[in-house]
Design a protein around this ligand. Sequence first.
Ligand code: NAP
Length: 291
Amino acid sequence: MNIAFVGLGTMGAPMVLNLLKAGYSVTVHNRTRAKEQPLVEAGAIAAPTPQAAAASADIVITCVSDTPDVEAVILEESGIIEGAQAGALVIDMSTISPSTTREIAARLAQKNIRMLDAPVSGGSEGAQKGTLSIMIGGEAADVERARPVLSTMGSTITHVGAIGAGQTTKAINQIIVAGTYWSVAEGMALGLKAGLNMEKVVQAVGSGAAGSWGLTNRSSNMIDNEYPLGFRVRLHQKDLEIALAAARELGLPLPMAAYVEQIETGLMAQGYGDEDISAIARTVRDMGAIE
Ligand code: NAP
């Protein structure tokens, strides 16, 4: 089976390495073409455009930044739609708008090209280890066709519903992340202000009902006031905008998601957009005058 992969960033590059490790033939393309080189050295074939990458592929995977970027690599000039064969399957693993996903799928369907939305959770660590959680929207037959390929990149593969359902599920994921991180930041601020031993605090509350991935893995950033890159503030802010737009279409208010989206917009304005999202603790610390 031939696979094409477009978008070799933090997530895409290690995902391609896992496909190569599993023995798949992979043709890669990245807008900044220098990023193709390490993957070519690992056995991939480089292609000059998304169209060229898709030309001989059974499955074409995209993992680029945002909604307009997926539209660009699939629908615009030299895009996947111009190269893919009828019957090919496009799997978009970026995190983008559910409604635009449905529009792209409809455009591809006019050329008998199938599509799944398959956004992921699990971060760069999950992409490297092949342990991502993959949330899928689309037809069951296409999911079964994709499953062996997806299982090289993820350990939890869930077919949620029709096209777009994967993206809506990812939006839910990001709303929950927003709330838990913000709560962890407030909790840590209280402990710091009260002068507690924060290692003991995290140990005590982490094994009870307040336990969460954010508490276990990112509270130390918040305590140390250092936020080395894991998941960028600007990507999470983009994901919350997607969640808020999807909710607006359904007439649903999401006050906490809107609040954290605004906090993250403020962090971006202050130059922190490329820090890990645990940097929302900066705002909590500032409000409480914690040095
Ligand atoms: P990234 O490191 O910033 O990489 C983005 C990739 O998209 C780069 O290869 C970039 O090309 C390409 N790209 C962006 N706009 C493009 C355009 N208009 N045309 C062509 N290529 C374009 O981002 P990432 O962290 O890999 O994230 C990719 C997707 O996965 C995003 O939707 C993100 O929300 C999602 N995601 C990320 C994480 C995470 O922990 N990082 C976790 C879960 C999901 P250049 O190299 O030329 O810039």
